[in-house]
Ligand binder design. Structure first.
Ligand SMILES: [Zn+2]
Length: 273
C-alpha cells in the first residue's frame, strides 16, 4: 500500500486552543504514560513556527519577483539576491526543551507552532503504542507524535484519493478565508473574516468524505479543521487495523491521557493521502 496516513485527535470544539501551561501538562502526562520518551532519554522533541518558514519562503519569492532588469545587467552579473540554500528551509526545527523553558512556553504561545517527537520502534524503547491494536514486532512502526497549536485554523483534506472531506473555507459573506502556509503550502483558514469580521465556525460545516479504510461515505461536522491537535503522523507506517480494512483507533488509554490533561472532549479522524 502506498498510503500516507496521519491520525488527528482534535477538540470537539474546533476553535479550542489550550493555554501553554495546559499543553505543558499534556506533555507531562504523555511522558508519564510512556507515549513519548522521558526528557532524560535523550531523543528530545523539536519544534518549528510557521513564521520561520514563511520568512524563509518570502526570501525566496522576493528574489523570484525582482522586476526584470535590462539585458546587459542580467548578462554582466547584477547583484540579485540569491535564493536561500535548501538547508535554510529545512533547518527551521529547533530543539524543544523539556522540562519547559521560557523559549518552550513562548513557542507554545506563538501564532502557529508544531512540536514533534520522532518515535522509531516504540516497543523496543519501552514506549506505549498510541493505537488500539498492538503493532507486529516483525514490522515495528515508526511515526511522529505532533502537538500543533495555532491562532488560525489548520485544515487537512480527509481523503486525498478522491479529494473528499475538505472544509469549505468561504465566509458567509463569500470571502475565501484560506491561505497557504509557507513554504510547504499546507492550508490555513483565517479565524476572522477580514471583509465582514465574522468568525469562521468549522462546526457549522458538514463535511462528507470517503473513509479510506472502509470505503464508506461518511459525514461529520467540521472535518479536520483545528486550532489544536495531537497528530500521529504515521507516514507509510500505517496502524495495523487499517491494514486489515478497519479504522485506525487510538487506545482508550491514550484518549484518556489526552482528554484528562486538556480538560476537553476530543474526537479522532484519519487523513489518507
Ligand atoms: Zn466575511
Amino acid at each position: 500500500m502506498g498510503v500516507y496516513y496521519v491520525h488527528y485527535l482534535i477538540p470537539l470544539d474546533n476553535s479550542f486552543r489550550p493555554e501553554p501551561e495546559r499543553i505543558a501538562a499534556l506533555i507531562d502526562a504523555l511522558a508519564a504514560a510512556r507515549f513519548i520518551p522521558r526528557p532524560e532519554a535523550g531523543d528530545g522533541p523539536t519544534y518549528f513556527l510557521d513564521d520561520w518558514r514563511r520568512e524563509a519562503a518570502e526570501r525566496t519569492t522576493s528574489a523570484a519577483q525582482e522586476p526584470p532588469k535590462p539585458w546587459w545587467k542580467r548578462i554582466f552579473g547584477s547583484k540579485a539576491p540569491e535564493r536561500p540554500p535548501l538547508l535554510d528551509l529545512v533547518d527551521v526545527e529547533r530543539p524543544f526543551a523539556v522540562p519547559l523553558t521560557e523559549e518552550s512556553f513562548a513557542a507554545l504561545a506563538d501564532r502557529a507552532v508544531t512540536v514533534g517527537w520522532t518515535i522509531e520502534d516504540p516497543l523496543a524503547d519501552g514506549l506505549a503504542y498510541p493505537f488500539e491494536q498492538r503493532p507486529s514486532r516483525d514490522d515495528p512502526p515508526n511515526y511522529r507524535l505532533l502537538i500543533e497549536a495555532s491562532e488560525d485554523f489548520r485544515t487537512e483534506t480527509i481523503n486525498r484519493y478522491d479529494d473528499t472531506g475538505t472544509v469549505d473555507p468561504h465566509c458567509r459573506c463569500g470571502a475565501d478565508l484560506s491561505y497557504s502556509r509557507a513554504p510547504f503550502e499546507d492550508v490555513a483558514i483565517r479565524r476572522l473574516c477580514p471583509s465582514c469580521g465574522a468568525r469562521f465556525e468549522p462546526r457549522e460545516r458538514l463535511v462528507t468524505f470517503t473513509n479510506g479504510a472502509t470505503g464508506e461515505s461518511q459525514t461529520i461536522h467540521g472535518g479536520i479543521c483545528y486550532r489544536f491537535a495531537v497528530a500521529i503522523d504515521c507516514e507509510k507506517s500505517i496502524p495495523p487495523a487499517i491494514e486489515d480494512g478497519k479504522e485506525g483507533k487510538l487506545s482508550r488509554r491514550f484518549l484518556r491521557v489526552c482528554s484528562e490533561a486538556l480538560g476537553v472532549e476530543l474526537h479522532e479522524l484519519g487523513s489518507y493521502s
